[in-house]
Design a binder for this molecule. Structure first.
Ligand SMILES: NC(=O)c1ccc[n+]([C@@H]2O[C@H](COP(=O)([O-])OP(=O)(O)OC[C@H]3O[C@@H](n4cnc5c(N)ncnc54)[C@H](O)[C@@H]3O)[C@@H](O)[C@H]2O)c1
Length: 439
C-alpha cells in the first residue's frame, strides 16, 4: 500500500518505518527540514532502540523515504497518517493547530480517495473537526473527492516503540465507513498473524480510549506515590506492599512502581487534556484525574524535600545526578522529573554534575551553557566532590553499581534514590545513608 505519514517524530517515524518493514511504500513528511536532512543522510533525529537499523534497511530497499514537500506527500499515500504533535494549550487542552493544519493540506491538494488516519492523541470530537477541515478545503476548490477519517490512536512506548508497533497488544481503529475499515484491516493484517488484535470502534470511542489508557496508567503511578509517602511516615515498606497487591490478578504488577513522578510527552499532557475536555465540553470535573495530576506535580519535588531534610540549606552544595531522560531507553526530556529537580537545586543555590547514557545532549539544549550544570562521561565521573548521589532514571547500568567506589568518591556517603533501585538493607549495611521512596 502507498502510505504517507505526516509528522516524523517519535510516533510518525516509528509507525512509518514499521509499516515499510512489512512491505508498504511509505513516504514520511515533516515541516522540520533539519529532521528530514538527518534522515536523508542515514541518521535518525531521536534515540529509539532498533530504529536506526530498521530505517536504513527500508530506505535501502526503496520502501521508505522522507520529504518536506507537502504536495508530493499528499499525492503519495492512499492512507494519510497524521502523527504530528498535540502539545498542551495554555489551559491544558490539546492544541490541535498541527493536526488541523495537516488535514487542511490534505484537503487542499488531494486528487483521489484518501483515508485520513489520526494517529496523534486527540480529544473526542477531533475526527469530526478533521473531516470538516478537509471538507472546507474541498469546498474552496469546488471539487467533490471522497475521503474517510479514521481514528487510530498509538499505544507504543518510547524505548520499546519498534517492538510495540511490530507486536501490538491491540490495534484500536475508530472508523465508520466500510471502505476505510477494509483498508485498515488489510494494513494491519501483517501485525496480527497470531490472533486478531484489531478492535473496531466508532471514531469518538477510539479517541477516548487513548486518553483512558494513559489516564489509568498515570492514576496507578500517582496512587502508589501517595501510598509510598504514607508508608514512609508509618514505617512500612512500599516495595513489600507493591508485591503484596500486585500478586492479586485483579490488580497485577504493571505500573505500580513508586518514584519521583511520571513525565514524558504523554501522561502529563494527556491527563491535562482529558481534564480540560471534560470541563469544557461536558461541564464535568474529573476529580480523580485532577488529584492524579496534583499528586504527580508534588511528587516531582520529593527528592528536593528529602535533600533539604537531610542537609538543611543546600546553598553551595554540589550533587551528582544519575539519569536525565523521563524514563530509560529514550532521550526524551519532555516533562522529565530531572528538570524540576535541577531547577529546585539551582533555586536553592546548589550545583549539579549529571550523567545519562543518551539524554545529555538534549539536556544541554534545554538548559544551555549553564555553569551550574556539568556533565560526566560515565556514572562514576559524576560523583567527584559531590555531597550526595541522586538517581532519577532507572537505566539498567545504574542497577548494580560499585557501592564501595561510590562511598569513597562522594564527600558524604549518601544516596537519594528516586526510583527504588536498591535493597535498603544492603546499601545501608555498607555504611551508606540511603533515602528511597516509601521504604
Ligand atoms: N511519544 C510517544 O511515546 C507517543 C505515544 C503515543 C502517542 N503519541 C502521540 O502522538 C503524537 C505525536 O507525538 P510525538 O512524540 O511523535 O511528537 P514529536 O514532537 O516527536 O513529532 C511531531 C512531528 O510533527 C512535525 N509536524 C508538525 N506539524 C507538521 C505538519 N503540518 N506537517 C508535517 N509535520 C509536522 C514536527 O516537526 C515533529 O517532527 C502526539 O499527539 C502524541 O501525544 C506519542
Amino acid at each position: 500500500m502507498k502510505i504517507t505519514v505526516v509528522g516524523t517524530g517519535y510516533v510518525g517515524l516509528v509507525s512509518g518505518t514499521c509499516l515499510a518493514e512489512v512491505g508498504n511504500d511509505v513516504l514520511c513528511l515533516d515541516v522540520d527540514p533539519e529532521k528530514i536532512r538527518i534522515l536523508e543522510e542515514g541518521g535518525i533525529p531521536i534515540y529509539e532502540p532498533g530504529l536506526q537499523e530498521m530505517v536504513r534497511r527500508n530506505v535501502a530497499a526503496g520502501r521508505l523515504s522522507f520529504t518536506t514537500d507537502v504536495e508530493k506527500a499528499v499525492h503519495h499515500g492512499t492512507i494519510q497518517f497524521i502523527a504530528v504533535g498535540t502539545p498542551p494549550d495554555e489551559d491544558g487542552s490539546a492544541d490541535l493547530q498541527y493536526v488541523l493544519g495537516a488535514a487542511r493540506n490534505i484537503g487542499r491538494l488531494m486528487s483521489d480517495y484518501k483515508v485520513v488516519v489520526d494517529k496523534s492523541t486527540v480529544p473526542v470530537g477531533t475526527g469530526a473537526k478533521v473531516k470538516a477541515a478537509i471538507a472546507d478545503e474541498l469546498a474552496k476548490r469546488a471539487v467533490d473527492i471522497p475521503y474517510s477519517v479514521v481514528s487510530n490512536p498509538e499505544f507504543l512506548k518510547e524505548g520499546a516503540a519498534v517492538e510495540d508497533f511490530m507486536r501490538p497488544d491491540r490495534i484500536v481503529v475508530g472508523a465508520e465507513e466500510e471502505q476505510a475499515i477494509l483498508l485498515m484491516r488489510a494494513l494491519y493484517a501483517p501485525f496480527q498473524r497470531n490472533h486478531e488484535r484489531l478492535i473496531i470502534t466508532d471514531v469518538k470511542s477510539a479517541e477516548l480510549t487513548k486518553y483512558a489508557a494513559n489516564a489509568m496508567l498515570a492514576t496507578r503511578i500517582s496512587f502508589m506515590n501517595e501510598l509510598a509517602n504514607l508508608a514512609e511516615v508509618l514505617g512500612a515498606d512500599i516495595e513489600m506492599v507493591r508485591q503484596g497487591i500486585g500478586s492479586d490478578p485483579r490488580i497485577g504488577y504493571h505500573f505500580l512502581y513508586p518514584g519521583c513522578g511520571y513525565g514524558g510527552s504523554c501522561f502529563p499532557k494527556d491527563v491535562k487534556a482529558l481534564i480540560a475536555t471534560a470541563q469544557d465540553d461536558a461541564d464535568i470535573t474529573l476529580k480523580v484525574l485532577t488529584a492524579v495530576e496534583e499528586a504527580n506535580d508534588a511528587q516531582k519535588h520529593v527528592l528536593t524535600h528529602k535533600l533539604k531534610a537531610r542537609f538543611g540549606d543546600l546553598k553551595g552544595k554540589h550533587f551528582a545526578l544519575w539519569g536525565l531522560s523521563f524514563k530509560p531507553n529514550t532521550d526524551d526530556m519532555r516533562e522529565a522529573p530531572s528538570r524540576e529537580l535541577i531547577a529546585d537545586l539551582f533555586a536553592a543555590g546548589a550545583t549539579v554534575t549529571a550523567y545519562d547514557p543518551v539524554a545529555m545532549h538534549e539536556t544541554q539544549r534545554i538548559f544551555g551553557d549553564d555553569s551550574r550544570l556539568q556533565y560526566a562521561e560515565n556514572p562514576m565521573g559524576a560523583l567527584d566532590s559531590a555531597d550526595a548521589l541522586l538517581i532519577v532514571t532507572e537505566w539498567k547500568e545504574f542497577r548494580s553499581p560499585d557501592f564501595d567506589a561510590i562511598k569513597q568518591t562522594l564527600k558524604n556517603p549518601v544516596i537519594f534514590d528516586g526510583r527504588n533501585l536498591y535493597d535498603p538493607k544492603l546499601v545501608r549495611g555498607l555504611g551508606i545513608e540511603y533515602f528511597a521512596i516509601g521504604r
